[in-house]
Ligand binder design. Structure first.
Ligand SMILES: Cc1cc2nc3c(=O)[nH]c(=O)nc-3n(C[C@H](O)[C@H](O)[C@H](O)COP(=O)(O)OP(=O)(O)OC[C@H]3O[C@@H](n4cnc5c(N)ncnc54)[C@H](O)[C@@H]3O)c2cc1C
Length: 268
């Protein structure tokens, strides 16, 4: 495994805007400095830094041992967490896929209104390294916010991998035609809003219990992730080191508002 360099931030500009599906927009981001981007694997998370309203260039943070600080604390950018969907060292680009959930959130609004040459900041990618551990059998559960990570992780899977992939997406058109699963993995598709979560939970409950040599990767809205983690831990007794279960967002709460509760859940 590569040594992880100290984190830093990059000012990047939008060079390509691609509508992948009704609810997902891809932004390809460029900076010559990305030639040295400390890429570990696609699917890792990163921070984005968006200029406050009325400005077009965000301040970038100075990274400390734990967290980051601001030279001008009265003019902090908006910070959000996204997924490194792809990295191209030759083209000096990082690709991020944004859910378009309206202009109620600054990150969604930025993606929906993005123009070529718009500026934003990105951090180097964060751990865990690796995110998926080698296993006899896998379970992946993702909503649309976790689809970029899911796609990236599946693309790197061993073709002999076995298990189940469950997706909950707003519409059938949001399922990428390019989604590639190893032959031994089954795809379970659910479409609609959060009202479909009970059907997804039912699907998980009907799978054969996971055992210690298995690995589960669960990401999406909090009320999807929390009961599945409870099933993994309390009913199947899967040890914490054999699963990744991260609420990527919480319906009705902003990133600032949910950040502490998410970390409390993860650290439990
Ligand atoms: C590790 C990690 C990786 C992530 N990767 C991605 C990614 O690659 N792509 C991606 O799109 N998201 C990703 N997310 C989720 C993203 O960080 C959140 O959706 C975030 O809240 C979006 O910020 P915002 O400024 O648009 O909305 P906020 O200002 O945070 O929220 C405003 C309102 O919008 C609601 N909201 C937030 N997200 C959604 C949504 N997806 N659908 C409907 N309503 C929503 C909130 O509940 C709130 O009511 C990731 C999160 C984590 C923790």
């Amino acid at each position: 495994m590569k040594k992880i360099p100290p984190p830093c931030a990059y000012l990047v500009r939008v060079i390509e805007i691609i509508d992948l599906s009704p609810n997902l927009r891809r932004l390809v981001l460029y900076s010559p400095e990305l030639a040295q981007y400390p890429h570990q694997y696609n699917g890792a998370h990163l921070k984005i830094f968006l200029a406050p309203s009325g400005q077009n260039k965000p301040q970038l943070p100075k990274f400390l041992n734990h967290g980051f600080s601001w030279e001008d604390p009265d003019n902090k950018p908006i910070v959000r967490t996204y997924t490194l969907r792809d990295y191209d060292a030759q083209q000096c680009t990082v690709t991020i896929d944004f859910v378009k959930h309206g202009d109620n959130g600054p990150a969604s609004a930025f993606a929906e209104q993005a123009q070529l040459n718009d500026l934003l900041g990105i951090s180097s990618p964060g751990g865990p390294f690796p995110m998926v551990k080698s296993a006899l059998r896998y379970l992946f559960v993702a909503d649309i916010t976790a689809l970029p990570a899911l796609e990236a992780l599946l693309a790197d899977m061993d073709q002999t991998a076995k298990g189940d992939v469950i997706v909950l997406l707003p519409q059938a058109e949001d399922l990428p035609a390019t989604l590639q699963l190893p032959a031994g993995m089954n795809l379970h598709e659910f479409y609609g809003n959060l009202m479909q979560i009970p059907a997804v939970l039912n699907c998980v409950s009907n799978l054969a219990p996971m055992i210690e040599d298995d690995f589960a990767w669960i990401a999406g809205e909090a009320s999807l992730v929390m009961p599945i983690r409870a099933q993994l831990r309390d009913k199947w007794h899967l040890p914490p080191k054999r699963h990744y279960a991260v609420p990527y967002w919480h319906d009705g709460r902003t990133e600032e508002n949910y950040h502490t509760a998410r970390h409390k859940f993860i650290d439990e």
